[in-house]
Ligand binder design. Structure first.
Ligand SMILES: *Cc1c(COP(=O)(O)O)cnc(C)c1O
Length: 234
């Protein structure tokens, strides 16, 4: 096995173990976060069987998506989406996880090609990070979710969060738990949703224990990044 195959197999096992330990037999999906990585690094992981990849910047992602076309990969936008990039995002990505305001919806829907499946959408919630400008408030979730569900070219799949990286594990767990409660409430309103995206390299086991169905992992798969940008602008 190549080093990439090893890292992927090890991580998939750790995810499976975390789910089993939490009594959550349902498989947790792995999103490989490929920001700052080259197309050939992505290709190596794709060769090892990884399908879903996450990018923060539309501009950085477009040439990578192009270079890897035809491999059946699934691309998720996880960085903040500026309105003037909504068209490019709707054309190139399969999922947008960072929808946090109504303004984006019409543009995403309008530019989603008729021949493509509806764009999968997660609503990003600012669950505990007061310093962050991104993500809607928990109070805004219902209205935004209803607006996504009303657009035939968009498909509401669930919620995403980037909790603040608290030192105190109890505070991290509390944020994940608050997201799980929001998700359960939203499921009552929209029974078709299936995705709660939370947890990164440092805290994915805690996120899974609280109910994450998708974890977004970069450095634990690809190695450390030169500079850390946890939440950035697309
Ligand atoms: C970079 C990033 C990740 C992955 O972070 P790692 O610590 O490298 O696993 C996950 N989600 C978002 C939104 C990110 O920007």
């Amino acid at each position: 096995m190549t080093p990439r195959h090893d890292a992927l197999a090890e991580l998939l096992l750790a995810i499976e173990n975390a789910a089993a330990a939490a009594g959550r037999p349902r498989a947790t999906r792995l999103l490989a976060v490929s920001k700052t990585r080259t197309p050939s690094e992505v290709a190596a992981l794709a060769d090892a069987g990884q399908v879903a990849f996450g990018e923060n910047y539309v501009q950085e992602a477009l040439p990578k998506i192009d270079a890897l076309r035809g491999r059946g990969l699934e691309w998720h936008l996880i960085g903040h989406l500026q309105s003037n990039k909504a068209k490019d995002a709707a054309l190139a990505f399969d999922w947008v996880q960072s929808v946090d305001r109504p303004r984006l919806l019409a543009a995403l829907a309008r530019h989603r090609p008729a021949e493509a499946p509806p764009l999968d959408v997660l609503i990003q919630v600012n669950i505990d990070d007061e310093a962050s400008k991104h993500g809607c408030t928990p109070m805004d979730v219902d209205a935004l979710a209803d607006a996504v569900a009303a657009e035939p070219r968009l498909r509401l799949r669930g919620l995403m969060a980037i909790p603040a990286p608290h030192e105190d594990p109890a505070r991290r767990r509390a944020a994940f738990r608050a997201m799980a409660r929001l998700f359960a409430d939203l499921q009552d309103r929209h029974p078709g949703i299936d995705t709660l995206s939370m947890g990164m390299s440092e805290d994915f086991a805690e996120a899974i224990a609280e109910g994450a169905t998708m974890v977004r992992i970069g450095s634990a798969l690809f190695g450390p990044r030169p500079s850390k940008h946890e939440e950035s602008t697309a």
